[in-house]
Design a protein around this ligand. Structure first.
Ligand code: A5A
Ligand code: MG
Ligand code: ZN
Length: 499
């Protein structure tokens, strides 16, 4: 196809994109999102998020583009935490005698721990655990740091890699053996009530974080048999994935005085008496990126909220034989826009349709197209990655900054609303076990539950699903009785099939 052919196509951009899609797909082969599992595996690779070819099971490599996305996402989390937390960094290795102190914690993690047993050829005197999480690295130091009530509260966090020898099916960003982006916070307080307030505070921080990613979450108190090892109770955030399964994308734990007692973390209270601290911890991993990709993506590839998109705006010059002017203007414009946005000027040799396809795949929120005709009129074409109403429109080249910002706001709204409506349509109140069993195949069921562990296990078994937990939040569900034993109750649980 000659240059002139392109000119024709560009005035009819749909056909251009369609045609090039067909050609590109022979190379890229992105399956439709309705085939979610295949789509996910392909998008991770073609959009340059992770390279899965690293020769150790459960370990993956961040491509620079993926890592940039990761950094933008985690800088939101850091920004939210930095208001009243301090960032810190603890060692990766934990001596066996510390790791083995808290009985419940050991029980929960011992099958998942990687051990370092040798230094060179020498067997180590003290085996060292690669942290699966850092309670047992941090709390011995808390014992040293905390003396009096004046030292409390302490709120710290770190963003580190952790290792878990997972035996379930490993998957990039979802179930890793090296979690590369484990943000864990650890706090210590004077009282149980203070720790409870911190749990609430942490839930709010996490909800804000996911709201910034345009992701609606459900929040629930995990049942006692599914709490964090060593915790009094666990609150979890889950998202509904496109295939109807759920993904736990964050947890907040009230540790009470359990770890304080094993690690002897005490403070002198106002009356001069020694008291155990009350602790909380909470964590989010790169599963948040899996949720981001899965929930917003479409048949064309990634769709990213502008705040986290590694490239926010792409400028595609539509070139002809003598298009010095177009190139020149595109360059100047890109320079100008780069002061406010993360921008790429795609001046490669590829045809415009191929460029459109590629940047759509990478989730770039706004594309600008500049051709000779636009230039003559002092205009530029703006085409958002997702839209309501008009797909493309011409705007004044001098006012393009404002138009981009408007599109950014629109995109965030559209993404959140779309995600919220799929979550809502995926939630269903079920009054029978059979109804719930059927529904959990495609979403999250809500059923009445008396609170007895026995009934919880019956539900899990009969519905082949997990009790996610009791809802925490403003939503009210009309419940009258336990779905298993029929006892009168106003309590209920979310049921789902977790990743
Ligand atoms: N110390 C506390 C915060 C803790 O470790 N909690 S946790 O075990 O629940 O992990 C925190 C979060 O990390 C989980 O909610 C989950 O979203 C994520 N996570 C856990 N195991 C993971 C794995 N193997 N791969 C990726 N993410 C994981
Ligand atoms: Mg379970
Ligand atoms: Zn019951």
């Amino acid at each position: 196809m000659g240059r002139e052919g392109h000119l024709e196509d560009l005035h009819n951009p749909e056909s251009n994109v369609q045609q090039n899609k067909k050609k590109e797909q022979q190379k890229e082969e992105l399956p439709p999102k309705s085939e979610f599992s295949e789509w996910y595996n392909e998008i991770i690779r073609t959009a340059q998020i992770m390279d899965v070819r690293y020769p150790v099971k459960g370990l993956y490599v961040w491509y620079p583009f993926g890592f940039s996305l990761r950094n933008h996402v985690f800088s939101i989390l850091k920004e939210l935490l930095n208001k009243d937390h301090q960032e810190t960094l603890f060692p990766l290795l934990i001596p066996e005698h510390e790791f083995m102190k808290e009985a419940e914690h050991i029980k929960g993690f011992e099958d998942e721990v990687y051990w370092v047993t040798h230094g060179g050829r020498d067997a180590l005197d003290v085996k060292l655990a690669l942290r699966p999480t850092s309670e047992t690295a941090i709390y011995p130091m808390f014992k040293l740091w905390i003396r009096s009530h004046a030292d409390l509260p302490i709120r710290i966090y770190q963003l580190v890699n952790t290792f878990r020898y997972e035996t379930k099916h490993t998957r990039p960003l979802i179930r890793l053996r090296e979690i590369t982006s484990f943000k864990e916070a650890h706090t210590a307080h004077e009282s149980w009530e203070d720790a409870e307030r911190q749990v609430e505070n942490a839930i709010q921080i996490y909800k804000k974080f996911y709201r910034r990613l345009c992701i609606p979450v459900i929040v629930s108190k995990r049942p006692s048999w599914d709490k964090f090892p060593g915790a009094e109770y666990t609150v979890a955030l889950d998202v509904l994935m496109p295939d109807g399964k759920t993904l736990q994308v964050g947890t907040v734990h009230n540790l009470g005085t359990n770890f304080a007692k094993t690690f002897d973390i005490t403070y002198e209270d106002k009356n001069g008496e020694q008291q155990y601290v009350n602790q909380t911890c909470y964590g989010i991993s790169e599963r948040c990126i899996a949720a981001l990709i899965s929930i917003h993506g479409d048949d064309g590839g990634l769709v990213l909220p502008p705040e986290v998109a590694p490239v926010q705006v792409v400028v595609v010059p539509i070139l002809f034989k003598h298009s010095e002017d177009v190139m020149d203007t595109a360059r100047k414009l890109s320079e100008r826009l780069s002061k406010e946005f993360r921008i790429v000027l795609d001046d490669s040799e590829k045809r415009p349709g191929a460029k459109f396809y590629e940047w759509e795949l990478r989730g770039v929120p706004v594309r600008l197209e500049l051709g000779p005709r636009d230039l003559e009129k002092g205009e530029i074409v703006i085409a958002p990655r997702v839209w309501k109403g008009e797909r493309r429109r011409s705007v004044d080249i001098n006012a393009v900054e404002e138009e981009i910002k408007k599109e950014f706001e629109n995109i965030e709204k559209i993404l959140y609303e779309k995600a919220l409506s799929s979550l809502k349509s995926g939630l269903k109140l079920c009054s029978t076990i059979e109804g719930a069993k059927e529904w959990v195949m495609k979403g999250i069921a809500i059923v009445g539950w008396c609170g007895e562990e026995e009934c919880g296990h019956v539900i899990e078994e009969k519905c082949s699903c997990d009790v996610l937990g009791e809802p925490i939040g403003d939503e009210e569900y009309e419940i009258t009785e336990c779905v298993v034993c029929g006892r009168e109750t106003g309590r209920c649980v979310f049921l789902g099939r977790p990743y």
